[in-house]
Design a protein around this ligand. Structure first.
Ligand code: G6P
Length: 480
């Protein structure tokens, strides 16, 4: 029997905006989660529950109280858009993107942060949004048992709420972020850390992108909630929960198709002219604190300081997509990065660095194709798909300088130059090594990177999750 498939995430596959003519325009969303799931789900017969993010989304939600079909680009989905009103800000900005995101990425500036005050109302909003999402899921499942795939740290309370309403549902919750063990979780108020873990353990399978995050999840559940470990599984409140990891890779064909576009070719010509024979060092990221852009810029500055021979021979092009500017720390961080970029240009000349903050996907794809070095050095990252997209499209045997704390390191460490995200001196030396590497080594490493990036393409990644969910739940269903 095939259960009705429902997926739920904060950000859906598309969002709406008011165009210049005042009409509603739909556009595909970006970000790792949507990149992965959008492809995997576009030809599945299921419903995607997501939240209304802005005013235009809210209008669309008001006009469509139930699931409705949506098309963007060459893809289509059945979407249920949920408007949670004023609760969106505390749910998204306070709890999800501050408390939880900072905790799982190790971003707190101790001993000052987190301050531990003012969280109760935000947590109440987060909890009630999770319950609303659960209700929308239950409606979408109808009178079926349901196969439910929840996504990410925004919706940690929902599995438990869905389970309460649909005891026989098959539920998998995928966390696209890293996960952390008990000592880091304990920086959160107890109600939050315990609520998040207990909520997630309402699922049959808690899924992550790396075995390291799975092991951390088990340790936290055992120590904070008293769950009992049983091999890779956990027992909690009389139920078995599997904790599993799934490599998430790149859809190489989709990426090549996207790159085969006149806008990408035009961007490539512009980049080649500006590069003017120099080595191209690329960074592609959201302006997220976890991406470690500031230390990356400092590493580049150290490279130019200590190896003056590179000053005329390298061009660093950083393309940064603005992200979560509703959170103060994000705004302050972007200012700090911009100031660092200005300082580097003051010291070494305008030509050494282009620091672009905005959306320019054609330039991203054109950079992927032609970089000599890609710098991807997150403090911590669930996967870090850009580290896989670059090598997939690159045509120059480009070198990847990669942080060892990105989930992508699981499959890229043999091909990349691995660095400690906190050690800018080491990163500067890695950049020097990358820029001076001989052609044979570049070729060998690029081949390893391409092979690593191809593992776990989105369709396989999602199919593996469905198979694991089925295996984890089949005995229970048979008994009933
Ligand atoms: C990460 C998260 C996703 C999120 C994306 C973009 O990849 O795991 O859930 O959608 O960042 O962040 P945003 O806040 O813009 O949705």
């Amino acid at each position: 029997m095939t259960e009705r498939l429902v997926v739920a995430s904060n950000r859906g596959p598309v969002s709406w905006q008011r165009g210049d003519d005042g009409g509603l325009e739909v556009a595909p969303s970006s970000g790792g989660l949507v990149t992965a799931l959008g492809g995997a789900l576009s030809d599945e017969d299921g419903t995607w529950v997501s939240l209304a993010l802005g005013e235009a989304d809210q209008e669309v939600a008001a006009a469509n109280p139930g699931p409705f079909p949506v098309e963007a680009g060459d893809r289509s989905w059945r979407v249920r858009l949920l408007d949670v009103g004023d609760r969106y800000d505390p749910y998204y900005n306070e709890v999800a993107n501050r408390l939880l995101w900072f905790t799982v990425h190790g971003l707190w500036g101790e001993p000052y942060e987190p301050r531990g005050e003012g969280w109760r109302d935000a947590w109440a909003a987060y909890t009630s949004v999770g319950e609303d999402v659960a209700r929308a899921i239950v409606e979408a499942v109808g009178d079926d048992d349901g196969e439910v795939h929840l996504q990410d740290y925004h919706l940690c309370g929902s599995p438990r709420a869905v389970r309460a309403a649909l005891p026989r549902a098959r539920i998998l919750h995928y966390l696209h972020t890293p996960w952390v063990g008990p000592s880091e979780l304990r920086r959160l108020p107890d109600a939050v850390s315990e609520g998040v873990l207990a909520g997630l353990l309402g699922a049959d399978v808690v899924a992550v992108s790396s075995p390291a995050w799975a092991a951390a999840f088990r340790r936290g559940a055992v120590q904070l909630l008293g769950a009992v470990a049983d091999g890779d599984d956990l027992w909690f409140e009389g139920r078995r929960v599997s904790v599993a990891s799934f490599v998430l890779g790149v859809d190489a064909d989709a990426l090549r198709t996207a790159a085969d576009d006149p806008d990408v070719r035009a961007a490539g010509e512009r980049i080649d002219a500006e590069r003017d024979g120099r080595a191209l060092l690329v960074r592609v990221d959201r302006t997220d604190l976890s991406k470690n852009v500031l230390r990356g810029l400092r590493a580049y500055e150290l490279l130019l300081e200590r190896h003056p021979e590179h000053r005329d021979r390298v061009w660093h092009y950083a393309i940064l997509q603005p992200s979560r500017q509703g959170v103060e720390e994000y705004r302050v961080y972007l200012e700090a990065c911009t100031a660092a970029a200005d300082r580097i240009r003051d010291r070494f000349g305008e030509r050494v660095l282009t620091f672009f903050v905005g959306d320019d996907y054609p330039a991203v794809l054109a950079c992927y194709e032609r970089y000599d070095v890609q710098l991807t050095t997150p403090v911590r990252d669930g996967t870090n798909l850009v580290a896989k997209e670059g090598p997939t499209l690159n045509q120059r045997d480009g070198v990847l300088v990669l942080s060892r704390d990105a989930g992508a390191a699981d499959v890229l460490r043999d091909g990349a130059l691995m660095v400690n995200a906190y050690d800018v001196e080491q990163q500067a030396e890695a950049l020097h090594a990358a820029l001076t590497m001989d052609a044979d080594e570049r070729r060998e490493r690029a081949e390893l990177l391409r092979r690593g990036a191809a593992q776990g393409a989105p369709h396989d990644w999602f199919a593996n999750q469905r198979a694991t969910l089925r295996a984890a739940t089949t005995p229970r269903v048979e008994r009933i």
